[in-house]
Design a protein around this ligand. Structure first.
Ligand code: SF4
Length: 363
């Protein structure tokens, strides 16, 4: 007799093949699966990752162009108005520093540069400043994709960004409409939906995803996935909560590597042919299972996050290459400068602790 998970994966696969929205019951069964069967889930989702993206991985590099001082109260955010998190806070960086950052990102293999500014949304002055920054970056690196993430956006501002050379606009729905008021009181889920639509109608590639691990239920996850499906983004970042000290969610943990992999796999069934990006919290929550996520997602951030550190870019490239995946350039071809696969030289360290020594052994 076919068990529930096998049947659900088969149904989810059929829906994704037809590019149809998954059935809620199947989605909920996937989310409640046991860790011991995670390979079955990842393997089913990986079919679509391979079908649409082969073994290519897009790297994205975040530049936090303005940090902290936000007047919104998103409870997960270290930059929110009540946050006492120990983070770097600064006004807009200047163009010289921006160009150094962009160069660092491109040297690390990034095909997309994401310029992010804290705040509810940009003013006219901010848009003028950011448009000038974007023009500088495009003049130096015409092929690189630029994404901006600046908060709630007016349609006129979206058009200005587009004409300055911005390719994509990021605005995450973050959590379900039902759960939204529990994580933020200064703006609504609907505000976020509207911004994604404005970006889209202005010709910007809509990038919208989620943040998991904030106390949402499985039903919230399915509801959020359906909300994103309706918004129809071209890229979907999937973030996992980093519970900064000094924020309302300080120390809150509800994620395991298995749960993160099930969430990523579920998102692949909702978005079989879209760019899915493992975002913040990847290293912290996937831990030793990080590499499995590459069989589901086709995009990663390389380098640091907005207010937290990421693993060294070289470790990301090594993980990608070791697993048989290939970083891509903005044009979608292999990025030959971003690491090389194969055997690397090995340095062996002889044991100087444990038996035969006075040092305590490794444990
Ligand atoms: S609007 Fe953005 S920067 Fe401000 S608190 Fe919310 S997530 Fe943080």
């Amino acid at each position: 007799m076919t068990d529930l998970l096998t049947k659900a994966l088969s149904n989810l696969t059929d829906a994704a093949l037809a590019l149809e929205m998954p059935d809620q019951t199947d989605a909920l069964i996937l989310l409640t699966g046991e860790d011991a069967r995670i390979l079955e889930v990842v393997s089913s989702a990986s079919y679509f990752r391979k079908k649409y993206f082969s073994n290519l991985v897009k790297l994205n590099y975040l530049v936090n162009i303005k940090s902290g001082f936000c007047q919104e109260d998103c409870s997960y955010c270290s930059q929110a108005k009540h946050s006492e998190a120990d983070i770097l806070r600064y006004p807009f960086i200047d163009t010289e520093l921006l160009m150094k950052e962009v160069e660092r990102g491109i040297t690390s293999g990034a095909a997309r540069i994401c310029l992010v500014a804290s705040g509810r949304g940009p003013t006219e002055r901010d848009i003028t400043k950011i448009s000038a920054m974007v023009k500088e970056v495009k003049a130096a690196y015409p092929a690189v994709e630029i994404c901006t993430s600046l908060g709630i956006l007016a349609e006129e501002h979206a058009r200005q960004l587009k004409s300055a050379g911005v390719f994509a606009y990021n605005h995450n729905l973050n959590t379900s409409s039902e759960h939204y008021s529990k994580i933020c009181s200064t703006h609504t889920y609907q505000d976020r939906q509207e911004t994604v639509q404005k970006a889209k109608t202005s010709g910007l590639s809509p990038c919208s995803g989620a943040l998991f691990g904030m106390g949402e239920s499985d039903n919230d996850i399915v509801s959020l996935a359906e909300g994103l499906y309706a918004a129809d983004p071209e890229s979907v970042p999937v973030n996992f909560l980093l519970p900064f000290d000094g924020t309302p969610l300080s120390g809150f943990t509800a994620l395991t590597p298995g749960r993160c992999l099930r969430i990523l796999s579920l998102m692949r069934f909702y978005f079989p042919n879209k760019e899915i990006r493992a975002g913040a919290g990847r290293e912290t929550h996937l831990r030793s299972m990080q590499v499995l996520s590459l069989h589901v997602v086709n995009s990663l951030f390389v380098g640091d996050y907005l207010t937290s550190t990421g693993q060294p870019g070289e470790a990301d490239i090594e993980m990608i290459r070791d697993a048989g995946f290939i970083p891509i350039t903005p044009g979608g071809t292999e990025n030959g400068t971003a690491g090389r696969p194969g055997i690397k030289s090995v340095k062996v360290e002889s044991r100087k602790r444990g038996p035969g020594s006075k040092q305590i052994p490794n444990k």
